[in-house]
Design a protein around this ligand. Sequence first.
Ligand code: OFO
Length: 171
Amino acid sequence: MIKKTVESAINEQIRREEFSSRLYLSMAIWCQSNGFPGAADFLYRQSDEERMHQLKFVHYVNDRGGKAALMALDAPKSSFDSLLTVFEQVMEHEHYITASINDLYEVTLNEKDYTTGNFLQWYINEQIEEESTMSTILDKINLVGDDKAGMFHIDKELAAMATAAISNAAV
Ligand code: OFO
């Protein structure tokens, strides 16, 4: 049976994952209506992933005899200055999520809940991967600056990344 302290710390993380999903959905909507269809596809896909992260926590809490809970969410930002701003904010948000997963891991250590600590390893690895992907995208956007042709290529690359992620998930 999961301890109450761990249960409520995970429920807080469920809120953050759900917010991440809505934030990326909002960014995808902005990209779609501002001429970046590839970035939109990529962020729609990220939004789905965050929802999957949320659900994985929900099942874990319930499977361990606890009760997952949903909380109120703030409305995500819906307007951005540029594609660069979007990905700067994605990066910032991923750093925040990494820190929150680390804090959650610390709770499991303090509570000697090694089973949950073990479960969290998946999220720790996922954050390493996501931070690295987002940082590569951000570097490329910074590199092209205001060059429209360069931006067009980045958008196409993001579309390809979204398609590849969908077909990997289907395998
Ligand atoms: Fe939930 O994976 Fe990053 O944020």
